[in-house]
Design a protein around this ligand. Structure first.
Ligand code: ZN
Length: 408
């Protein structure tokens, strides 16, 4: 009970709860509520706040800035997204926007892991550092962005191409990672390339009683077999090598099948959609050629239409050639944290930053916590939240003092 009292009276936990209670949930996220909250935070921290709208007035990007002693040096970006995914309230044991805490210090709310907690930890760490008179070489920008959960269509994706983004002069970015049920904290330095594609399969049409040649159904069978074969190869690679994680292999999933007009008519077309995430070791030209070959082997008359066909983005270097990594890793080692570098299996806004050639790392200090992003009863432990603030105090201190080199 003593710790419950401690958590309940902690002002940083109070701010976290306040932020979690704002219903910035799709499809109509309350960004105005977030802006009002962040303006209050900026006032308290005595930091300038700027709001940009890269594509439309409904999707803001909020930037708080702490100018460094050498503002001409590239700055550190602490990025988080304000939006959260929808909830199925009846499956939750606590109201999803109540931010209620139980006796074990679990704070339940949508966004408690993904990723309002991290956004608030950045602010709490900055508050601690400012209060204690810290000063840094490099400027620190904190960005709170919209629309990440929808792929950043109106948020980071257009923002990185604006003069306002360029003016921030970012040298390195921190963004979200993922919770981990063990002691180890995953650290993400890259993402796979999303390819979402439709096979439009044409074939001989006719009466459902016949045995016609080259029907769409037969061709669909071949395409399915070949794609599933690729899927099995990835599964096998994962099984054979315990060092690999999902982000290291290509994932392939059949997500939609459509076609047909009537149950006794062989249709002229069938469509199969696959969600593919290409691993970083995949040659895109060769992969595309393989898909085309499948179409020929299935009998031809098949077109591939791409809904997404994202290029390969070079992962961020995790060695001494990247001075920001050295700063990050030195803080991690000092804190005795166990990390596991890997490729993210999903997508985050970091891909747009890395796409510009700016190094970016995904990291959420949420170890010993079940992975509940996008799930029911998403929660964060109060103690973990507070420990995370201390972790960011060290990481931010090191990053913002990263020595200047010729390249950065
Ligand atoms: Zn997220």
């Amino acid at each position: 009970m003593e710790s419950l009292h401690k958590w309940n009276t902690n002002k940083e936990i109070g701010y976290l709860k306040e932020y979690l209670q704002i219903e910035s949930v799709h499809p109509n996220p309350n960004y105005d509520g977030c802006i009002a909250f962040l303006k209050k935070q900026a006032d308290m921290l005595n930091l300038p706040i700027n709001i940009h709208y890269p594509l439309n007035k409904d999707n803001p990007i909020v930037i708080l800035t702490w100018i460094g002693l050498e503002p001409e040096l590239p700055a550190i970006l602490l990025n988080s997204h304000m939006d959260v995914v929808p909830v199925f309230s009846d499956r939750w044991t606590h109201p999803p926007f109540g931010a209620e805490m139980d006796e074990d210090g679990r704070i339940f709310a949508r966004g408690s892991q993904d990723m309002k907690s991290v956004g608030m930890q950045y602010l709490s760490a900055i508050r601690y550092l400012k209060t204690n008179g810290a000063v840094f070489k490099r400027t620190i920008h904190l960005s709170f962005v919209a629309d990440e959960e929808m792929g950043g269509r109106y948020g980071m994706r257009p923002f990185v191409n604006t003069p306002e983004f360029r003016a921030l002069n970012i040298g390195f970015s921190l963004d979200e990672g993922m919770a981990s049920p063990t002691d180890e904290i995953p650290v993400f330095n890259g993402e796979r390339s999303v390819w979402r594609l439709y096979f439009r399969i044409s074939g001989t049409a006719g009466h459902g009683s016949l045995l016609l040649k080259n029907t769409a159904g037969e061709k669909l069978k071949t395409i399915l077999n070949k794609m599933m074969q690729l899927r099995e190869e990835s599964e096998d690679r994962l099984k054979r090598n315990p060092e690999l994680t999902l982000g290291d292999v290509t994932s392939i999933n059949l997500t939609r099948v459509s076609g047909g007009v009537q149950s006794n008519v062989i249709p002229p077309q069938m469509v199969a959609c696959f969600d593919c995430r290409l691993a970083l070791d995949v040659n895109h030209t060769e992969f595309e050629a393989k898909l085309k070959k499948f179409c020929e082997e299935a009998g031809g008359g098949i077109d591939i239409e791409y809904e997404h066909k994202l290029p390969r983005v070079e992962p961020t270097k995790m060695n001494d050639s990247n001075p920001y990594w050295t700063s990050f890793k030195t803080a991690i080692d000092k804190l005795n944290l166990k990390i596991k570098p890997q490729i993210f299996n999903g997508g985050t806004d970091s891909r747009y930053i890395r796409g510009l050639g700016i190094p970016a790392i995904g990291f959420s200090p949420l170890n010993n916590t079940p992975i509940l992003l996008h799930d029911n009863d998403e929660f964060i432990f109060a103690d973990n939240f507070l420990k995370g603030i201390d972790i960011y105090v060290h990481i931010i201190t090191n990053l913002a003092n990263t020595p200047a080199t010729k390249v950065n």
